[in-house]
Ligand binder design. Structure first.
Ligand SMILES: Nc1nc2c(ncn2[C@@H]2O[C@H](COP(=O)(O)OP(=O)(O)O)[C@@H](O)[C@H]2O)c(=O)[nH]1
Ligand SMILES: [Mg+2]
Length: 208
């Protein structure tokens, strides 16, 4: 369809121009002003958030990858000159974190999700090998209650066989469809193989 072709082209163009780090916020006062459309990325630590942000923006090390898991507690903002700001939210579910982990997913993250007028969508990353887990379900409920609209991205699809990919996609899509605030289609991706990126870029371009 022409509309799809147009969105793919807009998505491609959106990330042709450079992105740069603007802020790492640990307090509300450090949040940049809500003056630009924003897309946030959420997920368990190690799910591949930083890798995906780098792949989407055609940067090698815009977001830092493979940091000590569970230690990133700040909201990192990246401004893309094409006209969007990407937000790398703190990862949750790190096994060695305390049991109040989700609470510690920081008041700031929750405040951000609930009160950010510029936030167009949260992309919830799910490791395709693990599928949606209980910790992800807690976050989905938080999104639903926060009235943010969200969409699921399956990461690390390259680690799965074709049959496993199919299964991961069907089961995640069926569960996501139960949530009214969720976008019904999910996005399979591999940052490593640079797969599924055009569709995610097009999705973002449509929202801003
Ligand atoms: N095979 C594969 N590995 C990936 C992919 N994306 C990320 N990883 C690896 O997963 C680990 C965590 O990635 P990172 O982006 O730091 O995750 P984050 O904690 O969610 O930001 C790193 O070792 C990455 O190299 C992918 O698409 N395919
Ligand atoms: Mg990261």
């Amino acid at each position: 369809m022409q509309a799809d072709a147009d969105a793919l082209e807009s998505g491609r163009k959106l990330f042709l121009r450079p992105c740069h780090f603007v802020a790492g916020a640990t307090t509300k006062a450090q949040l940049p002003p809500a003056d630009m459309p924003e897309i946030a990325f959420a997920g368990r630590s190690n799910v591949g958030k930083s890798s995906l942000i780098n792949a989407l923006t055609n940067h090698k090390a815009l977001a830092r990858t493979s940091q000590t898991p569970g230690r990133t507690r700040q909201l990192n903002f990246f401004a893309c000159e094409g006209g969007v700001r990407l937000v790398d939210l703190p990862g949750y579910g790190y096994a060695k974190a305390s049991k109040s982990d989700v609470k510690a997913w920081t008041k700031l993250t929750l405040a951000f999700l609930k009160g950010r007028t510029s936030l167009k969508r949260v992309m919830l990353l799910i490791d395709a090998r693990r599928g949606i887990g209980d910790k992800d379900r807690v976050i989905m409920d938080i999104f639903d209650q926060s009235a943010v609209s969200w969409a699921v991205i399956l990461t690390k699809m390259d680690k799965l066989t074709a049959t496993e990919q199919e299964h991961a996609q069907t089961t995640s899509e069926a569960e996501t469809a139960q949530h009214v605030a969720a976008f019904p289609k999910i996005f399979p991706s591999s940052a490593l193989k640079k797969q599924g990126l055009d569709e995610i870029r097009a999705h973002i371009a449509r929202l801003i």
